[in-house]
Design a protein around this ligand. Structure first.
Ligand code: SAM
Length: 222
């Protein structure tokens, strides 16, 4: 076991132990044949720390998969809070509903099925969201950022996963490149330079691969 793996294991044990509902969400995902591309326990705990920092009462997630990150997020809310997650796959959404149900947090959660870019305009009456977590199709990240700004308030926190990609998301792409890493580069660049955002992308390594969150705080309008 590498030093990074040992340190990650110790940190998970101390700060982010998984309970039965989180473990069962992973089992359910596997049984349903879903890809194992959920966040890590430490990333889940970091979302909860950020939710506490912005006193989150309403959280929006783009990209639910099997509800693993959704459990971390919904649990960071008070009982009267609202967690909305957007998922394009009806099959994934069904697993999400079951996972949230097992975690006994369905009362504060809403699973909306459809392409996020179609659903986001329908959320304006439910905004502002205090925390927005972006973790869906990468080419749409720049558009998700536009929507996150529309659906947030000063002090809201916007988190986007996979913004390092072993450094590829930090390399300026060739003109006309419309791929995932090009969009992630655009996302990094936009958040680094946007006048209403204070942002950072944080490298997180599992010993083999370095990826990580981009974290942005929405500033008041000047
Ligand atoms: N946040 C999840 C977690 O950590 O447990 C992982 C999400 S997974 C990386 C990405 C999810 O986004 C998949 O379930 C995929 O079906 C969904 N997705 C992809 N494109 C989407 C779109 N256009 N709108 C909504 N969801 C989308």
């Amino acid at each position: 076991m590498s030093d990074t793996e040992k340190i990650t294991g110790a940190l998970e044990q101390l700060f982010a132990p998984e309970d039965a509902a989180l473990q069962q969400a992973l089992v359910a995902a596997k049984e349903a044949g879903l890809p194992e591309i959920q966040i890590s326990p430490l990333q889940g705990k970091l979302l909860q720390v950020l939710a506490a920092a912005c006193n989150a009462q309403k959280i929006l997630e783009i990209g639910a998969l099997a509800g693993y990150s959704g459990i971390w997020l919904a649990r960071s809310l008070p009982a009267h809070g609202t967690f909305i997650t957007l998922e394009v796959s009806a099959k994934h959404a069904e697993v999400v509903r079951q996972s949230l149900d097992r975690a006994q947090i369905t009362a504060r959660t809403k699973v909306r099925v459809g392409a996020a870019l179609d659903l986001l305009p329908t959320l304006q009456d439910e905004a502002p969201f205090d925390l927005i977590f972006i973790d869906a199709d990468k080419p749409s990240y720049p558009q998700y950022l536009d929507w996150a700004l529309k659906l947030s308030r000063p002090g809201s926190i916007i988190v986007a996963d996979n913004c390092i990609r072993n450094g590829q998301a930090l390399v300026e792409p060739a003109a006309g490149d419309t791929g995932s890493t090009a969009a992630l580069y655009t996302y990094n660049k936009q958040t680094a330079t946007h006048p209403r955002l204070r942002s950072i992308s944080l490298p997180m390594s599992d010993g083999n691969h370095t990826d990580g969150y981009n974290i942005s705080v929405v500033l008041p309008e000047a």
